[in-house]
Ligand binder design. Sequence first.
Ligand code: PAF
Length: 276
Amino acid sequence: MSLLVHTRDDLARARGALPGRVAVVPTMGALHEGHRANFRRARESADAVIATVFVNPLQFGPGEDLDRYPRTLDADVAVCEEAGVDLVFAPAESELYPHGRDGLTTVHAGPDGDLLEGASRPGFFTGVLTVVAKLFHLTRPDVACFGEKDFQQLALVRRMVRDLDFGIEIVPVATVREADGLAKSSRNVYLSEAERAAAQAIPHAIRAAQGSPDPLAAAEKVLAAEPGLAVDYAVVRAGDLGEAPASGPARLLIAAKAGTTRLIDNAAVTIGDPDA
Ligand code: PAF
């Protein structure tokens, strides 16, 4: 049975009663199969699991979807119950930012926070890292699980934990996909039928890239053939977001808009002939 708490005091009390090793799964709610996979991994990694549900205004830019972001707390708690989550922390904004957001001390990612998602969404990773740091302090986990779907977020959280000595193990969880290959995302509900069809070029591009010695060229070819997608970036980087190697394992990262909905995805690829 998941205990739902809204205040930091109730969280501190409930956290204190949890046994052994504790895992946290930070979320913005609208929970889907991707989150369930994170909860499963959290259960395997610890004795008790905390889920946080908070739509963090600090990581939304002007004109982004903060107001229309799905808020489904009752359903989210039901998902948590079913997934064996012990404690759900769903604070109000005033609980998490009791002194307001103006003049707030924030966590700034290194230069890689200004690339890719950070280039298109200025301040996004400052918002993410700041709230994640706060949630880590409040929930005091031993382990935290993050989906690989948000690969840059995962890399930057790892780096924050390393650079700022949080002493928390960060566990990556493989991306969960819809039957048509689209990566599960709370934002998929925004897609019209036509946009959804166009969005499938993203998993198609990934599959093409995974079967090619030149993964970027293969992905770009598929994406360029889909007029319903506005590609923001398609890049190949090293697994830690550094420059891609001349050959060997790397990561393909894609961001594109279908209508007004921004979608991101990524996958492991190999540059060059894997058998060479
Ligand atoms: O990935 C998300 O849902 C959010 O960026 C996170 C990590 C919960 C921070 O608000």
